[in-house]
Ligand binder design. Structure first.
Ligand SMILES: *Cc1c(COP(=O)(O)O)cnc(C)c1O
Length: 350
């Protein structure tokens, strides 16, 4: 089947695609040695989608930035937490495309030198405005509008990208990933029943859930929440898909949104967004040592830890294969290095 079930809008090719699908066999062997009978765990390496702009956001931004360019935009405005991977990817790609970038960030940067994502934001020359978290939460739409109008009055052509690039445009990014997975599953000869990923602003889940249906992957997508609750995500994912159908009525009519089932697990958020327990840091260390797979404390390690807990509990063992989407986040780990503990290094005599 070479014919595509979807007609895609314009996209700027920015990510290194397709990303590899790899089995985590040493992890599987380690779990089996504990006496557990688990499905084979595969990882879709979306952390390899780019170097500085790595992770899931670049897939969505390929479409958001194409829409921005089509509208003659010269200035990107977007928003997120201080260590937002999405803001960092936008800062890098904006610089790559010669666009000015203005980031509205939630939180106080403090007096330390910037680390992780924030360091790269600054390195790429993004303009940054930091807001007190409560004020940010209360007035984000007004803040975005304010800066949009500000640039317009200066004669510039601003384009606002919402949190996480999760809207009807960004949805295409993970539809495109579902299309890749169809080819991955065929060439690996697997038919995974479950796909797991971290969910934060909903756009990844919207694209994957719709794509799994449209490309007939025969799998159930589980969004592992890193913030908010189940009903928030059920609403947000549907809202993104409704926006997608509203913007592209011809291309999207084949998806019956009423019939689409969504699965969200919000049991592994822990103490809150971006706050990771010792168990999460242990998962990061285990996967790094066993597989050379680097997870992050905000998104992927929480989702991976949750998936393993569910598999251990026997909830998803009615299948031979499960797939974890590695959505990136490495630079967020570098901003939380204090959560990791190592033996003190000493000089070695010759
Ligand atoms: C943003 C992000 C997610 C969540 O994706 P959404 O589309 O916002 O739900 C997951 N993992 C990482 C590393 C992210 O940066």
């Amino acid at each position: 089947m070479t014919e595509d079930v979807l007609e895609y809008p314009e996209r700027i090719s920015l990510a290194q695609l397709p990303t590899p699908l790899l089995p985590l066999d040493r992890l599987g062997a380690a779990l089996r040695s504990e006496g557990l009978r688990l499905p084979r765990i595969w990882v879709k390496r979306d952390d390899l989608s780019h170097c500085a702009a790595s992770g899931n956001k670049i897939r969505k931004l390929e479409f958001s930035l194409a829409a921005a360019r089509a509208g003659g935009c010269d200035t990107l405005i977007t928003c997120g937490g201080l260590q937002s991977n999405h803001c960092r990817a936008t800062a890098v790609l904006g610089a790559q495309l010669g666009l000015q970038v203005h980031l509205l960030l939630r939180g106080d940067p403090g007096i330390d030198v910037p680390r992780g994502n924030l360091l790269l934001d600054q390195l790429c020359g993004a303009r940054i405005s930091c807001y007190e978290p409560h004020a940010y939460q209360q007035s984000l739409p007004q803040l975005l509008q304010y800066w949009h109008d500000h640039y317009q009055q200066q004669g510039r052509r601003p384009f606002v990208i919402p949190t996480g690039a999760s809207d009807g445009i960004g949805v295409w990014g993970y539809l495109n990933c579902a299309r890749e997975l169809r080819a991955d599953f065929r060439s690996a000869g697997i038919a995974p029943a479950y796909i797991f990923h971290a969910t934060g602003s909903g756009g990844t889940q919207a694209g994957l859930s719709a794509g799994t249906r449209l490309y007939q992957l025969g799998a159930q997508v589980w969004g592992m929440a890193v913030c908010d609750n189940e009903s928030y995500f059920l609403n947000k994912v549907r809202a993104d898909l409704r926006d997608w159908q509203r913007r592209y009525p011809q291309q999207t009519a084949s998806l019956d949104l009423e019939q689409l089932e969504l699965q969200v697990n919000a049991d592994y958020i822990g103490a809150g967004y971006a706050i990771a327990s010792e168990a999460i840091f242990n998962t990061i260390q285990q996967l790094a040592e066993l597989e050379g797979l680097i997870l992050d404390p905000v998104y992927t390690a929480k989702a991976f830890h949750g998936m393993l807990c569910e598999l251990r509990a026997g909830r998803f063992n009615d299948t031979g294969d499960v797939v974890f989407i590695h959505t990136g986040g490495l630079f967020g780990l570098l901003a939380q290095q204090d959560g990791l503990s190592f033996n003190r290094l000493q000089m070695t005599s010759v």
